[in-house]
Design a protein around this ligand. Sequence first.
Ligand code: SAH
Length: 338
Amino acid sequence: MPNELENIIKDHIHRSGPMDIATFMNYCLAHPQYGYYTTRDPFGVTGDFVTAPEISQLFGEMIGIYIRAFYESLHNPSRLYVVECGAGRGTMMRDILRVIVPHIDVSVHIVEISKPLREIQQNTIGRADITWHDDISTLPNDGPIFIVGNEFLDALPIHQAININDKWHEHCVGLVKDELQFVAGSPLHAANLPDAHGRKIFEYSPRREAIHSELCARIQAQKGCLLWIDYGFERGENRASLQAVKDHHYADVLGDIGNADLTSLVDFEALIHLVPKDCEYIFQTQSEFLKSCGIDMRCNILSNKNKSQAESLSQGYHRLVDDDQMGHLFKVLSVSKT
Ligand code: SAH
């Protein structure tokens, strides 16, 4: 069967020459008709990958506890906007709300491009008053706001710079004998690229950085907190990390266009650089974050209440916090203004 999206991308390259990786990712993930996220529910055992909120309710509940503590530090305002960017099946929001309602009067907002996922989110969360947004520009701007995104930033398009003779070039997808292939594009002169010497690939994401900066400005102006959870680089680790995942396995980035998830590791160092001076930030591993929110105690309480679930709770707990599972690779960046 011909892959329509692949033909659209090839046409684009025929017309305009090799395309940068951000444009390629945007086609693959977000094309309105054939994009990966716009056409399916990718999660769970029968899907392509499993995320932390789908592993255990403990995950969303810890975010809920974090929100409650933050809300108190704002001296309990009459209402709090709770925003999730890229909400998947809505599982995390459901678990968050279990912990914060009725203690906080919340107004729920979700930024989500996928129409099929919006429907699933509605069913999972089961509230009549959820507001969806196509992008962050329409989020409410008149009160304190808590914004959270789990595995959202990794799905946003990135550019790769490739080192050729110690000069950076745009890494592109081009056509060789009518097949998609990675090729080097024009030289790059961006001031914020590091010295190319000794590196092969450097990844950067203007889109990710723009969203992060705009949301930092929101919490600065409105008071609030921005919480990013994702797999990512620590200081100085930036390297080639673009990957495709299908059926729980790594796949070819240029194969089966639009049918595999494309992600990259988040450069948290780049995001920390953009935090406004008068905001506070905390950068931790997922394990440190969840433990500081009290995941051990919550896991014990739930296990004692419901002995039949103790085993699966314990398995979920270890997947989330153990350093050889998600505990260390996943990082948490919290930016706040009270
Ligand atoms: N947070 C969820 C889902 C992570 S997958 C979880 O942890 O299970 C990425 C999510 O971001 C999906 O819901 C996807 O549809 C959404 N998404 C991807 N790109 C987006 C974009 N540019 N704007 C809004 N949502 C996007």
